[in-house]
Design a protein. Structure first.
Length: 76
């Protein structure tokens, strides 16, 4: 088998392999059994922190504790 023919065959096989891999990833992410899981992850930015427990950075005294103006004034 000639090297150019082998290269042509392998490039075709790679395209088919990546297409199958892509379809497999789509199926893994979009399967109906995971709909509730992804819906709960989608509303994370909309959750109210005061309703639940305090965030880890607030308990640890992280940078969210001070407002931007106080931090800026302290650095000057």
């Amino acid at each position: 088998m000639d090297l150019l023919k082998l290269q042509s065959l392998l490039s075709t096989v790679w395209v088919v392999w990546f297409f199958v891999l892509f379809l497999g990833m789509l199926w893994f992410v979009l399967r109906p059994s995971k709909r509730q899981h992804y819906a709960s992850l989608a509303d994370i930015p909309l959750r109210d922190e005061r309703a639940g427990t305090a965030s880890r950075s607030r308990r640890a005294g992280g940078p969210e504790r001070e407002s931007g103006r106080q931090t800026f004034a302290r650095s000057i």
